[in-house]
Design a protein around this ligand. Structure first.
Ligand SMILES: Cc1ncc(COP(=O)(O)O)c(C=O)c1O
Length: 309
């Protein structure tokens, strides 16, 4: 007897603009077919609905005690928690909101304390921001490419291996867990450019052993240009602020600055202010030197860390 099984395919999630009509050169209109999702995906209808619900309560995040401000702050911090769960971040990994993947990589690039090993096939966003790069030529096969990376990591100490999760040119997906093991065995950390990977595959940082991940909201069905850097907080805490300014400090006078910890130290604007409970005091170099404990970038005198909110 043959048993027929019906394959049940879930309906695609609705996106904003799915019913848009566009004008034709020869006149008339037709439904718009957008094949450019890898560059920028339309917003999910559920996302635009949620944004519309929240907009009446839009107010300064972390900088106001009014009702709307509290709603905005709570939503903002809750979204950090959601992103953390979405990518399986562990307790030591902080979620920083940025403008996009490029912004996230530039932010991390300013915090890496050493050489960065990259492949020559990377998107420019994962090539240009890094300082002290060592470029490995990709081979015709993935196994040969992995072997070449291993040789380069073993040849000389590197701080970071920066690889794409999925190529924007070929769609090729590298064996991330294997590369993470390789990097760690050589004393390096691993960064994954998830711009094309995160919209298509489940990513679990803890399972893969990935230290840093960047991705873009606009490729992941979110509007308005938000990006994410998730990663271990120590380098971010120790680096110079990415954009020095109001939201990046805890306390400031003419000769004394206490920088905040990540994520606050990474963004100067009010809407980027830091997570609850982040406490990190860095004495201004001049002050620290006067007290005989200075380094060129100041001295971290106290840091208490809680799970990123
Ligand atoms: C693999 C990859 N990395 C990084 C980027 C840069 O992303 P964004 O422009 O959102 O910063 C892109 C954009 O297409 C990409 O495909």
């Amino acid at each position: 007897m043959t048993v027929a099984t019906a394959t049940c395919i879930a309906p695609f999630a609705r996106v904003s603009g799915c019913d848009v009509q566009v004008p034709l050169v020869q006149g008339g209109t037709c439904s718009y077919a957008n094949f450019d999702y890898a560059a920028s995906a339309p917003a999910l209808a559920s996302v635009t609905d949620r944004i519309s619900e929240l907009l009446p309560f839009y107010a300064s995040v972390h900088r106001g005690a009014g009702y709307a401000s509290r709603i905005s702050t709570t939503s903002y911090e809750d979204s950090r928690e959601s992103v953390s769960r979405f990518v399986g971040a562990d307790e030591d990994q902080v979620v920083v909101f940025t403008r996009n993947t490029t912004d996230s990589i530039n932010l991390l690039a300013g915090a890496v304390p050493g050489d960065v090993v990259v492949l020559d096939i990377e998107h420019h966003a994962n090539l240009l921001p890094w300082k002290n790069t060592r470029v490995v030529e990709a081979a015709d096969s993935v196994s040969e490419t992995v072997w070449r990376i291993a040789v380069e990591l073993e040849r000389a100490p590197a701080a970071l291996l920066a690889v794409t999760g999925a190529s924007n040119v070929t769609g090729e997906v590298l064996p991330i867990a294997e590369l993470a093991d390789l990097a760690h065995a050589c004393g390096a950390r691993i960064f994954v450019d998830g711009a094309q990977l995160v919209p298509h595959r489940r990513v679990d940082l803890a399972e893969l052993g990935v230290d840093y991940l960047a991705f873009s909201g606009h490729k992941l069905y979110a509007p308005f240009g938000a990006g994410v850097l998730v990663g271990r907080r120590d380098w971010l805490d120790e680096a110079e602020p990415y954009l020095a300014g109001g939201g990046a400090v805890r306390e400031v006078s003419l000769d004394h600055t206490e920088w905040a910890c990540a994520p606050a130290v990474t963004r100067p604007g009010p809407e980027r202010a830091g997570g609850r409970g982040d406490r990190c005091r860095v004495r201004h170099p001049r002050v620290a030197r006067r007290r005989g404990r200075g380094t060129s970038r100041g001295t971290v005198v106290r840091a208490t860390r809680r799970r990123p909110a």
